[in-house]
Design a binder for this molecule. Structure first.
Ligand SMILES: [Zn+2]
Length: 482
């Protein structure tokens, strides 16, 4: 039923019940009646009124809200007007001529008036019926709020309420548009009452404002009882909703796209958050975060893979360069690999050493370290032993000192343990002692050049821990025993 629009001046009673036919009579129908018909009805209503005065039971019209008898009144002078009048004082009735309603009460009445149509009642009873079949549900109640309760401010009775396990759960049906302010007020009320509330729609209509609002308020989850839901309910013999929800997807350009999907949702699928008291079944934000995290992790893994491939390419290009006896073309290919690495997110200036000839060039740092690691001369004459390569390397000077790489080479020896005769092994151990002693004496001839540390570490990760030590640098303790 729709609330009558544009009532006449005196028409406080908007709707009457015809006690003979049971039909509803909107007040404005009185205005459209031919004069003789209206006069006839007015006379019947008056006769019933007189009968009641004499102690009789006759009633022609009833107020649709308070169900008190009505009679008909009219004014002919000026603008024509006809209206229903309560025959008794009815202070609980919002349409009683002696009452003045607050705007909030009128809004609540309009809301309830729009709600309680046939479809609304059917849906209420449907939900209540199936809740009654659920062994986990008790205390199902779907009594309608009476209008006198509305007038007294007790209009917040839900359409259906129940106990789900030990949880208070109510259902509010939204067939017509509910003012957003009402939804917010009712949500707040249920939160205070520690009661979970599910707003139920009879169809999914994304263009409807109420659907949009509700989707926004409830993690883009909507509970719909449509034909699909009823079919699933029947098949399962358990209350089942069409659970409409938005699903986020992320395209290759990091643009989000949301698509509506639906799935059957039973009571067991409900998640019951105690903060919002709004049950839901699909956590949109959680899904979105998960997609983001997966994408970031995949991207990181891909970056790491590309970086590792780039480092491997550098090593191979270096070996080709050495095998070509330091050919210019191979040298350029090696530097080109570094240019590639520079475009990578993992690149930092410490890796610049990779393109310095003192690092990769003839008898440079890279050649000695590769020889130690592989156990055979690289870039050096194949007639030499690894020991001879190391021995030559220990004498390499840089602007830092006379034996600028002695310490890293001995660390590499310690780490990779290339095979060599015992005598040479001991010689290297003695050399290491000599270095320590020299530092202890305050000398700096073995001060190491740290400018290639990052380049060394990225190619020889096993040396990382040694390289991070201050030994052989200005940061070393005075006793040189680090
Ligand atoms: Zn009334």
């Amino acid at each position: 039923m729709q609330p009558p629009s544009r009532p006449g001046l005196q028409q406080t009673v908007r709707l009457a019940i015809d006690n003979q036919t049971g039909e509803l009579v909107p007040a404005e129908a009185l205005l459209a009646m031919p004069e003789d018909e209206f006069s006839g009805l007015r006379r019947e209503a008056m006769e019933a009124r007189v009968d009641r005065r004499k102690g009789g039971q006759a009633v022609r019209y009833l107020c649709a809200i308070c169900k008190f008898p009505l009679y008909l009144s009219r004014r002919i002078t000026g603008a024509q007007n006809r209206w229903f009048v309560h025959d008794r004082k009815s202070h609980d009735c919002p349409w009683y001529e002696g009452n003045r309603l607050a705007p909030e009460q009128i809004k609540a009445l309009v809301y309830r008036g729009q709600q309680e149509g046939r479809e609304h009642r059917e849906l209420k009873e449907y939900i209540a019926h199936w809740l009654g079949q659920d062994p986990l549900v008790s205390d199902v109640n779907c009594e309608q709020t009476t209008f006198s309760e509305v007038v007294k401010g007790e209009w917040r009775r839900p359409d259906v309420k129940c106990l789900y396990g030990r949880v208070k759960l109510v259902f509010e049906i939204q067939l017509s548009y509910t003012f957003l302010s009402d939804v917010i007020a009712r949500d707040a009320f249920y939160r205070r009452e520690k009661t979970f509330v599910i707003w139920v729609f009879s169809k999914f209509n994304r263009s409807r404002a109420a659907v949009t609002d509700e989707a926004f308020f409830n993690r883009r989850n909507l509970f719909v009882i449509d034909a699909d839901a009823r079919r699933h309910t029947g098949e399962r013999s358990a209350l089942t909703f069409s659970g409409y929800h938005q699903v986020p997807t992320l395209d290759d350009n990091w643009q989000w796209r949301d698509t509506w999907q639906f799935m059957p949702i039973g009571m067991a699928d409900l998640k019951l958050p105690s903060d919002t008291r709004r049950p839901y079944f699909f956590d949109y934000e959680a899904r979105r975060k998960q997609i983001e995290t997966e994408r970031i992790e995949a991207s990181r893994a891909e970056q790491a893979r590309q970086w590792a491939a780039g480092i491997a390419a550098y090593r191979e290009a270096a070996l080709r360069y050495f095998a070509s006896d330091h050919g210019e073309e191979e040298r350029r290919a090696l530097v080109a690999v570094v240019d590639e690495l520079e475009g990578h997110t993992a690149w930092h200036p410490g890796f610049e050493g990779l393109r310095e000839s003192r690092f990769y060039g003839y008898h440079g740092v890279l050649a000695v370290l590769l020889s130690i690691q592989t156990g055979k001369p690289v870039s050096y004459s194949p007639q030499l032993s690894v020991f001879q390569v190391i021995e030559a390397g220990l004498r390499t000077a840089s602007r830092v000192g006379l034996h600028a790489y002695a310490i890293p080479y001995l660390w590499a020896y310690k780490t990779y343990r290339p095979a060599m005769p015992e005598k040479q092994r001991k010689w290297l151990i003695d050399y290491a002692r000599k270095i320590k002693l020299s530092f202890a004496n305050g000398e700096s001839v073995y001060r190491r050049d740290t400018s290639f540390d990052e380049a060394i570490e990225v190619l020889f990760p096993a040396l990382g821990e040694h390289l991070s030590s201050p030994f052989g640098t200005d940061l070393m303790d005075d006793d040189g025993d680090r």
